[in-house]
Design a protein. Structure first.
Length: 170
């Protein structure tokens, strides 16, 4: 019964696309959050990634059963684990305490809204879901992310490089 992500927001949960990050930080977590937000809001790339995840996790399975993590949450957790080179214990701690990651996962409650339900993923739930992605699947996703990086992130640097060459030749 996995979905790509939750279409209908729950009352009191902060929207994923409004996840804050520090622009001038030299740490890798804000850069990772920014990249994941760009992927989330760019239909071409999130469609490609969700197709890979659906082919790996949903192919041949019935649309019944209990609710698990959605595909976006599995993708975000896998990216945090691999990009930051952390173990499952650290990932579990971050899911419980890092508000930026929690909002990116779609589980951060709004402080202005009274809510008793702190959404938590158990350690076993995180491990069981992230381990569903094998090396082949992660390689396919990585190819899309590299293409995304070259088209969105390094595009400005390439223009500056050509511009500086043209100025030097002139």
């Amino acid at each position: 019964m996995r979905k790509r992500f939750e279409q209908q927001m729950e009352l009191g949960v902060k929207p994923i696309e409004e996840t804050p990050f520090r622009v001038k930080s030299r740490d890798d977590i804000p850069a990772l959050i920014k990249a994941l937000l760009l992927i989330y809001t760019t239909p071409r790339y999130n469609e490609s990634i969700f197709n890979i995840l659906e082919n790996k996790l949903l192919l041949g399975k019935k649309a019944t059963g209990r609710f698990g993590l959605n595909l976006w949450q599995i993708f975000v957790l896998a990216q945090f684990r691999l990009a930051l080179s952390i173990d499952y214990d650290r990932l579990d701690e971050m899911v419980c305490s890092h508000s930026g990651l929690r909002q990116l996962l779609g589980i951060e409650n709004n402080a202005d809204f009274y809510s008793d339900n702190f959404i938590d993923f158990s350690y076993d739930r995180i491990v069981d879901n992230v381990r569903l992605l094998d090396d082949g699947t992660l390689t396919q996703i990585n190819d899309i992310i590299v293409e995304f990086g070259h088209s969105k992130v390094f595009k400005k640097k390439r223009r500056r490089h050509y511009l500086s060459k043209a100025i030097a030749m002139w």
